[in-house]
Design a protein around this ligand. Structure first.
Ligand code: HEM
Length: 458
């Protein structure tokens, strides 16, 4: 895949503007509540790389510049803490939401589960998840039907997490667990951008439905632990690490509650993000039939040469490039938010203690100063040989950056390219209609309405 010279973006990023520009706070709160991504993306694109405004006396700083993102997430990371309060209140404090010593210990305990030498263990669950999705859609494909693709994709990514990390098969429980997680996530998203913290605590039907879903998920997590304790077997997975730590004096911070919190954390952090990526990738491929056919061809050539595993996807480089380009256009983790614990200065803007800094990944991934034809779907940008890969290291950060970077990125980048290649080989995807897809930005970036595609055979 060739790449145009214009794709090469120099590290000095000519044309960027980091001048602080005051922004009226009037109405900002309401707009954030109604359309978070619209508000933050527009702010980032309109006001330059760093924009500061104030809401109810608190500074909010929106960042869409790679150098400044590096400063916040990497160089000066110790001056900031994460803002995951809404999710933490619901699923509990785990490695995704914890800070300081507890976070360091959790990361130390869990990171080895994702070491490269353990990745081959994930392959059977990924293959099974792809097989199950293909089987789910067989009927629709026979009759060229339009269907919502999110439930089957969600079950597939959930199955991988539950099997690879927690050593269990979901079987008939998959859809119920997926739906409960949807309820909790949608609620967490609304709470994250709510006008007042009170709205999450009132006994509204939505709040009560979320509590019931969480209670069922708690039972599910407790069942996984009980199952494993009854049959310890010879596992080398996250659940074993957690249970062993819980029983060991060397890990005083891991008690039964923390085990539950970590299981919840991985269910949410690992399932939803990867599902979102796959949904967007299929949406983009459906609207780019030539690209879809090229991917199918490349995968079939690799198959003919004996490729059978998610671990050998380097022989289908286009699958990885499609996923990377999908995450550029639709970053599942569209914003990375921090609160300043101390004063700082970023891109020439003073940061007061207590300020909220939002690195708007989605806006940075589409800034015209950084990307050639930023709105176009062009997987060849991510061609391994392309000169464009010499771009600024913080210009493309779908998995975050710095010490809090995603612990599961390796798993996601094994799973997603394989899944998409298998699905495209099995079926031809076309848009259900020509309407542009509106965005719903909660904690992740999803299509606003259920994404429907026409599924047919080749
Ligand atoms: C396409 C898929 C994925 C995307 C786009 C993604 C994105 C991210 C991002 C941006 C962060 C950093 C958040 C921040 O700094 O505030 C993060 C953290 C995290 N991710 Fe992922 N992720 C994906 C898949 C996964 C998977 C498969 C797992 C686990 C199986 C996982 C587990 C985690 C955890 C535990 C953290 C917290 C790390 C920490 O704070 O130390 N993610 N992810």
């Amino acid at each position: 895949m060739a790449i145009a010279q214009t794709d090469v973006v120099s590290a000095t990023l000519p044309g960027r503007s980091v001048a602080p520009r005051p922004l009226s706070s009037l109405g900002a709160l309401f707009r954030i509540w109604r359309d978070p991504i619209g508000f933050f993306s527009e702010t980032a694109l309109r006001y330059g790389a760093v924009a500061r405004f104030s809401i109810a006396g608190r500074d909010v700083i929106v960042v869409a510049d790679p150098d400044v993102a590096r400063q916040v997430l990497h160089q000066n990371a110790a001056r900031y803490r994460k803002n995951f309060g809404a999710l933490r209140d619901l699923i509990g404090q785990g490695v995704l939401t914890a800070e300081g010593a507890l976070w360091r210990r959790l990361r130390e305990l869990e990171q080895p589960v994702f070491r490269p030498s353990r990745m081959p263990d994930s392959a059977p669950s990924i293959v099974a998840a792809a097989d199950a999705t293909i089987a789910d859609w067989a009927e629709a494909a026979r009759s060229n039907r339009r269907i919502g693709i999110e439930p089957a994709i969600g079950r597939a990514t959930l199955a991988v997490i539950v099997e690879f990390l927690l050593g269990s098969r979901l079987g008939g429980r998959a859809e119920a667990v997926r739906r409960d997680m949807e309820v909790v996530l949608a609620h967490a998203g609304r709470r994250a951008f709510a006008l007042t913290a009170l709205s999450g605590r009132l006994p509204t039907p939505e709040n009560l439905a979320c509590r019931r879903a969480l209670a069922r998920l708690d039972v599910f997590c407790a069942g996984l632990v009980a199952e494993r304790r009854a049959n310890p077997g010879n596992h080398d997975d996250l659940l074993s690490q957690l249970i062993d730590a819980c029983d060991s004096p060397a890990w005083p911070e891991i008690d039964a509650r923390q085990v539950r919190n970590e299981i919840m954390t991985y269910l949410f952090a690992g399932q939803e993000t990867t599902a979102t990526l796959l949904v967007w990738a299929l949406h983009l491929l459906a609207r780019n039939p030539a690209c879809q056919a090229r991917l199918k061809g490349e995968y079939e050539r690799a198959l003919a040469a004996g490729l059978v595993s998610p671990l050998a996807m380097d022989r289908v480089p286009m699958a990885e490039a499609v996923m990377q380009e999908a995450m550029r256009l639709y970053a599942p983790a569209w914003a990375i938010s921090r609160t300043a614990l101390a004063e700082d200065a970023i891109g020439g803007v003073a940061v007061r203690k207590g300020s909220i800094v939002v690195v708007c990944v989605q806006a940075m991934h589409r800034r015209p100063e950084l990307w050639d034809e930023p709105e176009s779907f062009r997987p060849e940008r991510f061609d391994r040989q392309a000169a464009g890969r010499a771009r600024h290291p913080f210009q493309y950060i779908p998995f975050g950056a710095g010490p809090r970077t995603c612990v599961g990125s390796r798993l996601a980048m094994l799973e997603a390219p394989y899944m998409v290649a298998r699905l495209v080989q099995a079926y031809r995807f076309a848009p259900a209609d020509a309407k542009p897809v509106a965005l719903r930005s909660t904690i992740t970036l999803r299509p606003r309405d259920p994404l429907r595609l026409e599924i047919g055979s080749w």
